[in-house]
Design a protein around this ligand. Structure first.
Ligand code: SF4
Ligand code: SF4
Length: 340
């Protein structure tokens, strides 16, 4: 059920092995990368299973549309290799399971999916989200996070359930065809990941950046440019929808901010380290956090801008201590609209 779209023959003839040579955490030369890739293809032991920090980036780096990261997760699970300690994995599986207390509801458009972050409902306000309804909670959790836990089996089990609940309980019930994904994780789950695992999605997921661009065009007379330099912390799941990173440039242009040139932005983005703390790899998490924040400061930014709430929970306090103002993309847009 839900087989992964992965073609080993493409890898056998791949000259670049970009998925591993471009990995920022393992530092392979081409020869070693090819050897490790062959081990993956032969389903043999490979250091990749232990050293992969689950950053999703190779999903973006593969020039051939294969799914190298999902294949690594497939092998981790097959070999019973857990990236996180077993008690933490077990705890997360129980904590994030569906609660079964969802009720069908007629909702108004735009429908904004807050996934497992109901505490972000305060960001859905003002003219930017006029008339919006929100949905959140475990029953519609996108479940893509199991990629960080070596658990494709939970992706196969729980992602289709969430798709089905969103569709039957809210979208079909309300006659809606599209849903705004507040978090990159949901958009990535219901577009790129669902396609990779042959899951049907009977509605149109709208990326938050598409929605914000649309609203900023409609509200352009209300925008007061912020005139500030911002450092953007690109989240791991945006690797699944790289085209949306260009939509963010449009947003920044419309609200009058300059995206600082960072060493660790765009295709070279560096993990915030949050998942690694959960995996009890604190030294690596500390190192990534330090490099990210030094890079933001060196770029001369005033704001540290996040689209992933989890990245903001992880880095927000530390960037504030260094004098940057942590803020979500949508709240930054609100500032440009609410400025006197
Ligand atoms: S996953 Fe993509 S980049 Fe990696 S070896 Fe296969 S085709 Fe090449
Ligand atoms: S997911 Fe990230 S850390 Fe893992 S192999 Fe791919 S690029 Fe490297």
């Amino acid at each position: 059920m839900y087989p992964l779209q992965y073609d080993p023959h493409i890898c056998e003839n791949c000259s670049s092995v970009d998925c591993l040579t471009r990995c920022q955490y393992m530092h392979f030369d081409l020869k070693t990368a090819r050897e490790e890739k062959n081990r993956i293809l032969e389903q043999a032991d490979t250091r990749v299973l232990a050293d992969c920090v689950t950053c999703y980036a190779c999903e973006e780096y593969c020039p051939n549309g294969n799914h190298p990261f999902y294949q690594i997760v497939e092998l981790q699970e097959k070999k019973d290799f857990l990236p996180a300690p077993a008690p933490i994995t077990r705890q997360q599986i129980v904590m994030m399971q569906p609660k079964g207390n969802l009720q069908p509801a007629k909702v108004s458009a735009p429908l904004v999916n807050l996934c497992a972050f109901p505490m972000l409902a305060g960001s859905i306000r003002g003219k930017l989200f006029e008339g919006a309804a929100t949905v959140s909670g475990n029953d519609i959790f996108c479940n893509i996070m199991w990629l960080h836990f070596g658990k494709n089996s939970l992706i196969r089990e729980r992602v289709p359930q969430s798709i089905e609940r969103l569709h039957t309980f809210f979208l079909a019930e309300s006659g809606l065809k599209e849903m705004v994904c507040f978090h990159d994780e949901c958009y990535g789950a219901y577009t790129q990941l669902a396609a990779a695992f042959n899951m049907a999605v009977p509605f149109r997921p709208v990326h938050l950046f598409e929605y914000l661009n649309r609203r900023l065009d409609e509200l352009k007379d209300n925008i007061k440019p912020l005139g500030a330099k911002v450092a953007y912390q690109r989240p791991c799941s945006n690797r699944l929808a790289p085209h949306t990173d260009l939509l963010l440039d449009e947003i920044f242009r419309k609200i009058g901010v300059e995206r600082a040139v960072r060493e660790y932005d765009r295709e070279n983005a560096l993990c915030c380290g949050g998942v690694l703390r959960g995996h009890q790899k604190d030294d690596l998490a500390d190192d990534l956090q330090r490099r990210n924040i030094e890079d933001m400061r060196a770029a001369g930014a005033v704001y540290a801008v996040f689209n992933c709430p989890f990245c903001m929970f992880t880095l927000g306090e530390a960037v504030a201590e260094k004098g940057l103002f942590p803020i979500l993309v949508s709240d930054l847009c609100q500032q440009a609209l609410e400025r006197k």
